[in-house]
Design a protein around this ligand. Structure first.
Ligand SMILES: Nc1ncnc2c1ncn2[C@@H]1O[C@H](COP(=O)(O)OP(=O)(O)O)[C@@H](O)[C@H]1O
Ligand SMILES: [Mg+2]
Length: 272
């Protein structure tokens, strides 16, 4: 392997994001390797979503450098970043509410991967093909004609992931993809993320409070607090880190998490 094989796909160096005097992201350094699933945890207000906003260009960094695939994207806009192969979902549902599922995904597959200087009246064959593929992959085929705002809660979450996948990303950022879902629904999204890793060379960063989801899917975990990284390492180390237990998990949750880690990582099915 040459050196470039070891270069991180995403790299954040000394990244800050200020809202007034408050640093929502405070001197953050982060590398994500090609093909890795990185989980990000941390209490509400830790700056997790703001970090995604900064990486995806929605709300540019106040200072620092972000490189994606070797290119500086710190000042790039969201469209440029999406075209470069970095896509994201949102904590709250985001879709074209009055359009059917299929049209939502068609928009993403048509405009997501490239600049379309002269849009046609119909989506092209390639967009149709990608849309069919994504509908099947996310198990949304039965819902393709349903208007987005009328979807059940699980399918709304899946639509956001499907739209992100339709842009053909190399890096996918998922912001609380199972927030508000029940146990069975969480399993569906977990299986979907596992399929992403099998079928395509996709790198994923996921923010999640549901620890079973975070632990089962992540190769590595970062915990944020007050805009900084307070933990970076394997999920197994979370409950042994007193700062993580104190500011995020609490003693009770830490004990439950130990049990989950034991189940998912040691007796788990083909989890990794
Ligand atoms: N647009 C904004 N303007 C002002 N403050 C914001 C804005 N977005 C987030 N914040 C603040 O930044 C901090 C981090 O928020 P957020 O990134 O949403 O945290 P998390 O996703 O970890 O719960 C919070 O204190 C929040 O109130
Ligand atoms: Mg958030």
């Amino acid at each position: 392997m040459d050196d470039s094989a070891h270069e991180p796909l995403l790299s954040c160096r000394g990244v800050f994001k200020y809202f007034g005097a408050m640093a929502a992201v405070d001197d953050l350094n982060l590398d994500v390797q090609q093909g890795e699933v990185l989980g990000i945890g941390g209490p509400n207000g830790a700056g997790k979503t703001t970090l995604f906003d900064v990486i995806s260009g929605l709300n540019p960094a106040s200072a620092g450098t972000i490189t994606f695939d070797g290119n500086d994207i710190t000042k790039a806009n969201p469209v440029q970043i999406c075209h470069a192969g970095l896509s994201r979902t949102y904590q709250l549902n985001a879709a074209f509410e009055t359009l059917p599922v299929r049209e939502n995904i068609l928009c993403a597959s048509y405009y997501g991967p490239r600049n379309v200087f002269f849009p046609k009246l119909r989506f092209d064959r390639e967009a149709q093909r990608i849309t069919d593929e994504v509908l099947e992959f996310t198990e949304l085929l039965d819902y393709e004609m349903v208007i987005a705002r009328e979807l059940p809660v699980l399918q709304r979450k899946l639509l956001m992931i499907a739209s992100a996948l339709a842009t053909r990303p190399r890096l996918l950022l998922l912001d609380e993809p199972v927030g508000g879902l029940n146990v069975d629904e969480i399993e569906v999204v977990m299986a979907l993320v596992r399929r992403m890793r099998e079928d395509r060379p996709l790198t994923v960063i996921l923010i999640e409070h549901v620890m079973r989801f975070l632990v089962a899917l992540s190769d590595r975990v970062v915990v944020m607090h007050h805009g900084s990284k307070i933990y970076e390492g394997l999920a197994e180390g979370l409950t042994k880190d007193q700062t993580v237990v104190d500011v995020y998990l609490g003693e009770g949750a830490a004990r439950r998490l130990e049990h989950i880690i034991d189940e998912e990582l040691h007796h788990g099915h083909d989890a990794s």
